[in-house]
Design a protein around this ligand. Structure first.
Ligand code: XIL
Length: 338
């Protein structure tokens, strides 16, 4: 128990009078990475964004900088400017990089989707894309989201550009290609809405389990965890899901957590939000196969929520002025408690 809980709560997350440990130090002590998505434009501006990021987090995920349309904007041209800036920052601050994302049906360039290309041509493109991107950062990116959102809400294989282009085996191929390019990286399947139990999470579980049983080099499942107060899984079902993944030899990570609130957010909502963060982090910490816990951004000044969920926001642990919210204290609490 902390000697002065009130003082520590006040000083949470680094805004210290007498410097308390940062989230990342507490997470290190528990053997999990504490991560966040990063907007590389914001990072380049430095200031409080970069300071808070370096101080509090041990892992970074590029919010957009490694997506297909960004790194591979033309058939024969790659652009790693933003991706390199993030990887360099991470290395300078002893952070892990979580690569995101190789096979996804969003944010694809039009030369690819509108190109009327044959199955053979598309397979060759995806293979060289994966091998070029993963190979560039071989040994420097600890974990990759190889494939994402390939299962629909009912638990069926989602029909996407890639599934139509390459046929049902495209996921196995993608994992094999990524593994060839960096045998040391941990490879994940990442999705939303499959955190607890239900048709979608059952399908994700079976997909990952069956790939692994076939010898496909998949390490685990990323649970995105985009929640709201009214739409979130109970801790007990997340726990059960993590346990069944472990039973199949799979790791798991919370990859993109946020808890959106209706704006303007009330103090009561902020406190309920803190409870959700606490509970999900504690659930991950209690599961031996849960290796990482990451947010989709860390400051309300930079979040995808207001644009994608109009009327909602305030979803992250730090407010628009980089001040810790109740969620921050709750996360510290979960990290301290054994
Ligand atoms: C979002 C980014 O945050 C936005 O900036 C972008 O315009 C669209 O994509 N699940 C994912 C992420 O896996 O890649 C998405 O990121 C958010 C939902």
């Amino acid at each position: 128990m902390a000697p002065y809980p009130a003082l520590l709560a006040l000083a949470c997350c680094g805004l210290a009078l007498a410097a308390p440990p940062a989230l990342r130090d507490l997470a290190d002590a528990r053997g999990v990475s504490l991560g966040t998505a990063v907007d590389v434009d914001a990072l380049r501006n430095g200031g409080r964004y970069a300071e808070t990021l370096a101080r509090e987090f041990s892992s970074v995920t590029p919010e957009n900088a490694m997506k297909f349309e960004v790194v591979h904007p033309e058939p024969l041209r790659y652009d790693f400017t933003a991706a390199d800036a993030l990887v360099d920052f991470a290395e300078a601050h002893h952070m892990q990089v979580h690569g995101h994302v190789l096979v996804w049906h969003e944010q694809l360039p039009s030369w690819l989707t509108g190109g009327d290309l044959s199955r053979e041509a598309l397979a060759a493109i995806l293979r060289s894309h994966i091998q070029h991107v993963v190979g560039r950062y071989r040994g420097r990116i600890a974990v990759w989201d190889v494939a994402a959102e390939a299962v629909d809400e009912e638990g069926r294989p989602r029909e996407t550009f890639w599934s139509r282009a390459l046929g049902p085996d495209y996921l196995a191929l993608a994992f094999r290609w990524a593994h060839e390019a960096d045998p040391g990286a941990r490879l994940l399947y990442n999705d939303y809405g499959g955190e607890g139990l239900g048709a979608k999470s059952d399908a994700i579980y079976r997909l990952a389990r069956d790939l692994r049983a076939r010898g496909v080099p998949i390490d685990g499942v990323g649970l995105q965890m985009h929640l709201s107060l009214g739409d979130r899984p109970a801790a007990a079902v997340v726990k059960a899901n993590l346990a069944r993944l472990a039973g199949a030899g799979l790791t798991a990570e919370i990859t993109e957590m946020d808890v959106r609130l209706i704006l303007p957010a009330t103090p009561a909502a902020a406190s309920a939000q803190a409870g959700v963060y606490r509970e999900m982090l504690a659930t991950c910490l209690a599961a031996p196969n849960c290796k990482g816990f990451a947010f989709w951004g860390f400051t309300d000044a930079r979040s995808w929520i207001p644009e994608f969920f109009p009327g909602w926001g305030a979803a992250l642990p730090f407010d628009e002025d980089y001040r810790p919210k109740p969620a921050c204290g709750a996360l510290m609490d979960a990290l301290r408690r054994r």
